[in-house]
Design a protein around this ligand. Structure first.
Ligand code: FE
Ligand code: ZN
Length: 517
């Protein structure tokens, strides 16, 4: 390298500049567009890749040093948690169900994010964004690993986690989260970075890693607390990267503004739909609660996103129109989700329970506009049925939205008791949507979304049975065959929490830890 050394020791900024500038070259025997074929088809115009400023300059050596230090602390705590039977010190065994959602719903997304960013790191012709994406790709790999390791401490003792990879690919309810990432990863590189950097990092992970992880800590899960806080310092960097990409693209050419606006509209909605799962975890699955979903939402979405869009206004970016509906759904989301999961608990890898009288009083206080009016009566009715020994369970498969893949369970924004359903006829086929916004996303790229693998539809088509299953045999039980295909141990992994193997074992082991028997 023929760069003259002017000082003995370079500062971080200079080292970062040396690492990310002047590394590219003009190809002579290949056209530059053939070397980077992916970064133009979305219509984004970049005139000066050098104008890219990575907001979080980090060189490889400082990166490894910093991450290794975090990992040493994290694994020391995970070891201590395992050695002292930390799983028995959590608030109660209901909490452990949240770790199942974490392992199956979130950790695989971190891995998808790792793959996506390594892919994108090859596609930008600017060196600065390539290096930034590569760094984020490494972080995401680490997040997947640390989350899986932290949850593996529970997997030794409790059901519903050991098949987490298989569940991620096949279990219908997890396809909502998976399809979010597949949608992004199959888009172009700019859309991917904005989708993940903005919707996943800014809208979603903040809510997962701050309020939800505080809840995990409050419930005694030192492992989740430590990986959460260890990941959060990376997330701050990822959010900044996402925002920097948005600004960079907007500053490069005014023609980029409407494209970015369309992506922000789409991914705000996609992010909010996926977060339904977190809303439910926070309000219904934490035995000890720190704050309600609505309170967390106010701080981490309404305030933060409001500030972000005010900041982007100078480029001509406006608040996505879906925000109004999001505001109306805020006080319904967690209740709708818990009701939907309760009814379809056979096909899940975690267990459900009805909120106690105390839980319901807390929910009424936190949701004065909605809980008593729309949801308490349902829970009380189901509690009566449970007490009578005839717990309610839905017998059919719900219709799922072709875009977000969540069952059609959301109400019309202004009519909380009316189910929202949208339909579109496209190429001889009927498609269903949960909302105007999901339908809008479909209408923009129908050829993409008709390929969606919709869990319950695949079940009805007979695609959720093993290869040796004869569905024409007498007495064929499609649900049993599907559970076997999904690798759900019926009666162990699914169903009601009360009386479950996990609940019984937890009480037994905790009793042993506290007595001389
Ligand atoms: Fe991550
Ligand atoms: Zn939808």
């Amino acid at each position: 390298m023929d760069i003259a050394a002017t000082k003995k020791k370079l500062g971080l900024k200079e080292r970062y500049t040396l690492m990310t500038r002047g590394l590219g070259w003009e190809p002579t025997y290949q056209a530059i567009d053939d070397v980077f074929p992916m970064d133009t088809f979305e219509g984004i115009k970049i005139h000066d890749w050098e104008a890219w400023e990575d907001p979080f300059r980090l060189t490889m050596d400082s990166y490894w040093k910093y991450q290794a230090e975090k990992d040493r602390k994290l694994y020391a705590i995970l070891d201590a948690f395992a050695q002292s039977n930390g799983h028995l010190t959590v608030s109660d065994a209901r909490y452990i169900n949240t770790t199942k959602l974490f392992a199956c719903g979130l950790a695989p997304l971190e891995y998808m994010s790792h793959r996506g960013f390594s892919h994108v790191a090859r596609q930008f012709r600017g060196v600065g964004p390539r290096v930034a994406c590569m760094m984020q790709s490494l972080d995401e790999m680490r997040h997947a690993q640390t989350q899986i390791h932290a949850v593996s401490n529970y997997n030794r003792y409790y059901n519903g986690m050991s098949e987490f990879r298989h569940y991620h690919d096949h279990l219908p309810y997890l396809q909502a989260a998976k399809s979010f990432f597949e949608d992004a990863a199959s888009a172009g590189p700019f859309e991917f970075v904005i989708a993940i950097g903005f919707a996943f990092e800014y809208v979603l992970t903040n809510l997962v890693f701050v309020p939800f992880i505080s809840g995990a800590a409050y419930n005694g899960d030192m492992g989740a607390m430590t990986f959460g806080f260890s990941a959060q310092s990376d997330e701050a960097r990822h959010m900044t990267l996402g925002l920097e990409v948005i600004r960079f693209v907007l500053e490069q050419d005014p023609a980029n503004v409407p494209i970015v606006q369309k992506w922000l509209n789409k991914w705000t909605w996609r992010g909010v739909r996926v977060i339904t799962l977190v809303a439910m975890m926070q309000d219904y699955m934490l035995p000890k609660r720190v704050m309600s979903w609505a309170e967390a939402w106010e701080i981490y979405f309404e305030e933060n996103c409001g500030a972000l869009f005010r900041d982007l206004a100078r480029y001509g970016i406006t608040m996505p129109p879906c925000v109004e509906q999001i505001r109306k759904e805020r006080d319904h989301l967690s209740h709708l989700a818990w009701c939907a999961f309760y009814q379809s608990r056979s096909s899940l890898n975690f267990q459900l329970w009805l909120p106690s009288a105390e839980d319901m009083d807390w929910l009424s206080a936190k949701y004065p506009e909605t809980f008593d009016r729309y949801y308490r009566p349902r829970f009380e009715y189901w509690a009566d049925l449970e007490a009578a020994g005839t717990p309610f369970e839905a017998s059919g498969s719900p219709m799922q939205c072709q875009v977000c893949q969540i069952p059609l369970m959301f109400p019309e924004p202004d009519e909380p008791l009316k189910l929202a359903q949208r339909h579109r006829h496209y190429k001889e086929e009927q498609y269903h949507f949960c909302s105007d916004y999901c339908q809008e996303i479909f209408d923009d790229e129908p050829e993409k979304y008709i390929q969606a693998h919709i869990g319950t539809h695949e079940f009805l088509k007979g695609n959720c049975f093993g290869p040796d299953v004869d569905s024409t045999a007498e007495g064929f039980d499609p649900l049993a065959a599907a559970l076997a295909f999904w690798r759900i141990a019926d009666g162990k992994d699914n169903g009601l929490f009360t009386g479950s193997e996990d609940a019984t074992n937890f009480d037994l082991w905790r009793g042993l830890a506290k007595t001389n028997v």
